[in-house]
Design a protein around this ligand. Sequence first.
Ligand code: FAD
Length: 487
Amino acid sequence: MPLSPWGRGGFTPGSSHEESPLSLHGRGGLGVRVRKGKSPQLLLDDCSTPTLNSYLHTLCSTRAEVLCYNLRIATFNPLDNKTTSCRPSLDLDEEAIIMDFELSDEHKLFRDTVRDFAEKEVAPGALERDKTHRFPNEIVEKMAALGLMGVPFPEEYGGAGGDTLSYAIAVEEISRADGSLGLTLAAHTSLGASPFYLFGTPEQKEKYLKPQAQGKMIGAFGLTEPHAGSDAGGTKTFAYRDNGEWVINGSKLYMTSGRIAGVMVITAKTDKEATGSRGISSFIVENPAEGLSFGKDEDKMGLRSSITSPVFFENVRVPEENVLGTPDLGFKQFLEILDGGRISIGAMAVGLGQAALDAALRYSNERQQFGQPISNFQAVQFMLADMATRLEAARLLVYQAAWLKDRKKPFTKEAAMAKLFASEVGEEACHKSIQVHGGFGYITEAQVERYYRDVRLTEIGEGTSEIQRLVIAREVLKSAKKAGARA
Ligand SMILES: Cc1cc2nc3c(=O)[nH]c(=O)nc-3n(C[C@H](O)[C@H](O)[C@H](O)COP(=O)(O)OP(=O)(O)OC[C@H]3O[C@@H](n4cnc5c(N)ncnc54)[C@H](O)[C@@H]3O)c2cc1C
């Protein structure tokens, strides 16, 4: 198992360790990573395994911290051969530092773990899947086993007990390998599962959030309609009460993963008299259901191995208890859902932009013209410098929005800024990367044209760039007004 960028230190792993049949990836695997100069850390799939203590005993002669793939940390004490204080690895209460631009060791370890997984399991088939439009069920299953399908949800709901920052990191790293899978992950988590976390009753959380967070059920979200896109308050889908049930009629457009979802949350008008965005409610619709059908999968510019399809509701009946949150307040609810979702779309753009920069760095060092690598030319260096600088700024905006959300501070403006900036910077990085690659950049095999096609969606989905600018303008004007009132 490659340890880079990790080395061994602190203790001596068992001799057969690197060749362990219990491989880094996949259920039952025990992987070990020891960070140079840091306290020993083992990386395990599942710290609840009964063999854990005896396994650790063969490895550790000193106290060791154990980070499991399921995002829990345990402390192993070789003296009494016991693993103790098993806890979620990301404990917000522990954080005392207010201003720190370094990721914590735990976030770094998490990032490296997802990166390893993405490089080994996700990236290799991404080009082929883009050509064949094949949805990678087998990779989603592995992601579920690693806890990646429910990163920001508490363990009691089947999640990994992580935070929004670790979720953003996961989306970035998966998107860096495959934008389609990045979108699948983002839509499942932010749009499919989080409405249940934010607004669900305990019963709804148990029934729908838990299996989604465990990755046993894919979730989807239906807001956009043929006549209601940016103006999502213009929803025409309608639901009425009949015999203790709700009857839904209408249609949704461009639903990500809808066809393969076990459950979807959709918006429908419930008060015909209400004008504008009022009188809209959110409904839980299980798939399959009588009267629920899907149109042909869309043939898209990019993100071709994620599934996007229209959805039709013809007298779909759901029980009373399938209203999610407060009836008639669906519009307010989905604005809150989209605020969170925008952080992950920003992370997706950063991941794709980073992939484009990585490719440009590699290629510019290899490609020789005029007897030297093209990275020697200042014009090429300037493109690399701009890409690196803007991507770093975009990443910081994404992290900031995630940080604010985790601390329950207002983050609407910051999430919109992160999405707006990251999507435009991501697109620019892909554009420049193609330029650095010259003719090869235009060829599929180079992969950068795929990144370019994939990243384009991030300027459209979950609110276009124009809508983000409207949100940001509204927020800054509000602040200015407040400041004016104080002056
Ligand atoms: C691959 C993909 C996956 C998607 N997944 C989902 C999903 O899972 N669930 C879901 O509900 N939706 C999904 N969508 C839909 C997506 O969120 C919408 O396409 C997006 O919100 C824009 O809506 P629209 O396409 O109707 O564009 P429109 O609203 O028709 O906008 C067209 C243009 O007009 C501009 N415009 C509109 N109003 C204003 C205004 N007031 N001021 C300035 N400019 C304005 C827009 O910015 C844009 O440039 C997906 C879309 C795609 C392509």
